[in-house]
Design a protein around this ligand. Sequence first.
Ligand code: ADP
Ligand code: MG
Length: 240
Amino acid sequence: MISMRNVAKFFGPFQALADINFSVRQGERVVICGPSGSGKSTLIRCLNRLEEHDEGTITIDGIELGDDTKDIRAVRQDVGMVFQQFNLFPHLTVLENLTIGPIRVRKMGKPEAEALARTYLDRVRIPEQAEKFPSQLSGGQQQRVAIARSLCMEPRIMLFDEPTSALDPEMISEVLDVMVELADTGMTMVCVTHEMGFARRVADTMVFMEAGRIVETAPPAKFFTNPASDRARMFLDQIL
Ligand code: ADP
Ligand code: MG
């Protein structure tokens, strides 16, 4: 579903990604971790074209990311993304936040889009919040709305960039629970997170990054008990 080959990314003279080789199979769940500034966000932002890579090739679901904007639109519809900040539209209700993409981008009629939205609000367990505005919800509820909004585009891949790191501790599990359930549906997922309980539970593959490079790729059983690199071991000692 995802293939990155020898990918590099620069911000001016600064190299944010170097020699990235990374692939994700259909249905695979990958968790990316690593210190702040190691390039985790940049890597996943390259996957839905929020950033353009400078070297190497990225292929998503058979489409090579290049300059063709038609393909980029197709890829954006295929790849959902959930950020640390929920980025909901504050002046729209929860239901309107969910239907705007299907109506504008997928050209659905309003009744059909609302039915779809309610299905996904059920899925993330907040059907009763449909008529509220984002500011009336807790952070955890807002993040569940953000997940539902992505799912309304019926993506084949979901990317998460530290979806719980802006949340109060008591709200983290209500978002992780939704992500676990999504994983159980067979969704292909790439998650940047330091929630290692979640990682142990759902990850097929752990990726550890440092200074713009992938330092280690391993199954969780190996990564958590016997990481190959000292850097990963030190990182795990700090966060576990
Ligand atoms: P992480 O998500 O692992 O914390 P990022 O991918 O956000 O790391 O950032 C990797 C490096 O790239 C950091 O040093 C960051 O300062 C730099 N960087 C990220 N985005 C930009 C940008 N738009 N312009 C300049 N530098 C950036
Ligand atoms: Mg980041």
